[in-house]
Design a protein around this ligand. Structure first.
Ligand SMILES: *Cc1c(COP(=O)(O)O)cnc(C)c1O
Length: 557
């Protein structure tokens, strides 16, 4: 039986790989005809796009863009190709729901395209965290000020590289808490509603946590979100936010708005907004602007000082690879720090004191000069060592340099998606098809590389659960976000063009095998079921362990 399955798999692979090759051949002739086209046109009039770069290289190398060879040659040209070695790639065999029969070896790395959710672990983390633990072993309480990464000062080394990454001054940055906590702290300071200005602006499809923060902050002032929360939404039938619409809202409603909380890169669609332009428009109307950089930091160039935003917050475990639950960071524009006075509205804790007086246990708060005055509690040196391991890698380069590779890498993913997969059909056609679903895909992320980072968000005509199940079997890691998006982020620090090529060939195979599929349950229901079942399984495995602990009396909770 299992031999039969093996044979079946083998046959399937052969069929689809050949199909893929013949498709590549067909593409070569397309390129050749494109060449003819090009020679009769002034190439300077062709706008710079990743596709144009690929076409030029393809001609120069005599290799079709759609071939494995092309990806390999792109990797050979990639100045970042060796950075991959600095990260741990999970093995396929360790991943849930992997189909072991598809493995060539037990040692195969997974295809990781999920840096937008949790960045991979820098290998140096092991050694650096061990050094922190050793320091604690060896020095006990003296590890606060002595030895490797003294605990009490452990957040300070990250400030300089972090300031560089977000285009700020070191004193405007503090490393503390998690993102949601920080958004609350910052809004406690910056959202000071009065009779006239009491509204808050946020995107309608904000990350849920940001939305909870916004609504609960309003309520903490006795203000109802129904009255006071203005949500930014795409136009009807569109997926992306329209900047002109946002500016119009600033102009129309601005006099009543206290704070606007904007994303730099929208988590669901991958859209990069022109924060500079939006900030100026909002501030012209007297609105305070806060930016959530969760999906922007380490991904796209960020220039907080130039953009002149009032405050910002971000997590560090996505493109910044600091590990799950990694320590967060904030930015406070210098103008607030220089005008700080005793009445500055903020939550205070002993760790916000100046380093000079922090341990004198003074009754009066003596704020640190800079954003550090927002710190409340002493930080974990383990988290800071994890963050520093990653920032040291970023310090070997810059986000601006990485952006050049991103332009090509994400552009290559987009180019290949468009070459090999039917794009979404018009509404009419798909209605006519009734419940026979032809697999097609729509990229909802902007196609202009200036309006996006690494991530492309894909919407499939077939249930996401089918694609995701196949991905899991094959050890392809990207994530799905309800209601209907798959997010794929080739990350320039550690992903290669060959990674993208493999993603495409796998997806192509999957599409070949779900040609015409009638589906009874809709996308959403299937997914929700799968999510709930998986979460329940994880929880029950934890709680049964702790039950066992309590029986043996070792449960200290
Ligand atoms: C990832 C992310 C979060 C997560 O919040 P934590 O407090 O770090 O758990 C919040 N908001 C946005 C926009 C995110 O992308």
């Amino acid at each position: 039986m299992s031999r039969q399955i093996d044979e079946l798999n083998e046959n399937m692979n052969n069929v689809t790989v050949t199909d893929f090759r013949s498709k590549s051949k067909q593409k070569i002739s397309e390129i050749q005809s494109l060449n003819r086209f090009k020679t009769t046109n002034d190439s300077t009039t062709i706008p710079i796009s990743p596709a144009n770069v690929f076409r030029e290289k393809s001609v120069e190398w005599g290799v079709a863009i759609e071939s494995a060879e092309f990806a390999k040659m792109m990797d050979q040209e990639d100045q970042f190709s060796s950075y991959r070695e600095q990260f741990s790639f999970p093995k396929k065999i360790e991943l849930p729901k992997i189909d072991v029969s598809l493995l060539k070896s037990r040692d195969e790395d997974c295809l990781y395209l999920c840096g937008q959710s949790l960045g991979l672990k820098p290998k140096s983390v092991d050694e650096n965290v061990q050094k922190v633990l050793d320091n604690w072993s060896n020095r006990g309480v003296h590890s606060h000020f002595h030895g490797y990464m003294p605990a009490a000062l452990s957040d300070l080394p990250a400030k300089k590289p972090m300031a560089k990454i977000v285009g700020a001054k070191e004193n405007e940055i503090a490393i503390l808490n998690g993102l949601t906590v920080n958004l609350h702290l910052l809004l406690a300071t910056f959202y000071r509603p009065n009779e006239k200005r009491y509204k808050m602006i946020i995107e309608e499809h904000a990350f849920p946590s940001d939305m909870y923060v916004a609504k609960s902050q309003l309520r903490s002032h006795g203000i109802s979100p129904e009255d006071a929360l203005i949500t930014l939404k795409p136009r009807k039938g569109e997926n992306l936010l329209n900047e002109d619409d946002i500016i119009r809202i600033f102009e129309e409603e601005g006099d009543n708005v206290a704070v606007a909380l904007l994303p730099a890169v929208q988590y669901y669609t991958g859209q990069l907004l022109d924060v500079n332009k939006l900030t100026k428009a909002a501030q012209d109307k007297g609105i305070i602007v806060g930016v959530d950089l969760a999906h922007a930091v380490g991904n796209v160039p960020v220039c907080l000082d130039d953009w002149n935003v009032d405050f910002a917050a971000w997590c560090t475990y996505k493109y910044l690879n600091s590990g799950a639950g990694g320590i967060g960071a904030i930015y406070i524009n210098e103008r607030y720090l220089s005008s700080y006075s005793e009445t500055f509205p903020m939550y205070r804790g002993w760790w916000g004191n100046s380093n000079k007086t922090k341990f004198m246990m003074k009754e009066d708060f003596d704020p640190a000069m800079g954003a550090d005055c927002f710190k409340l509690s002493n930080p974990s040196p383990v988290l800071n060592a994890m963050l520093m391991s990653s920032l040291e890698i970023f310090n070997q380069t810059s986000v601006v340099e990485l952006r050049r590779k991103q332009f090509l890498l994400t552009g290559y993913l987009e180019f290949m998606m468009k070459s090999f997969f039917p794009q979404k059909q018009s509404q009419k056609q798909s209605n006519a098809m009734n419940d026979i679903l032809v697999p097609s895909v729509e990229i909802i992320t902007p196609s202009d590389p200036k309006q996006r980072g690494a991530q492309l968000s894909l919407m499939f005509s077939v249930p996401l659960s089918i694609i995701q199940e196949q991905f899991q079997k094959r050890g392809i890691v990207c994530d799905i976000r309800m209601p209907s998006v798959m997010r794929v982020a080739p990350t320039p620090l550690y992903n290669s063009f060959t990674d993208v090529y493999r993603f495409i060939t796998n997806l192509y195979e999957i599409f070949q095998n779900i040609d015409s599929l009638s589906v009874t349950a809709n996308n959403h229901e299937l997914l929700e079921e799968a999510f709930t079942a998986e979460t329940e399984r994880s929880y029950s495995s934890i709680s049964s362990d702790s039950e066992a602990d309590s029986v043996t009396g070792s449960n200290t909770l």
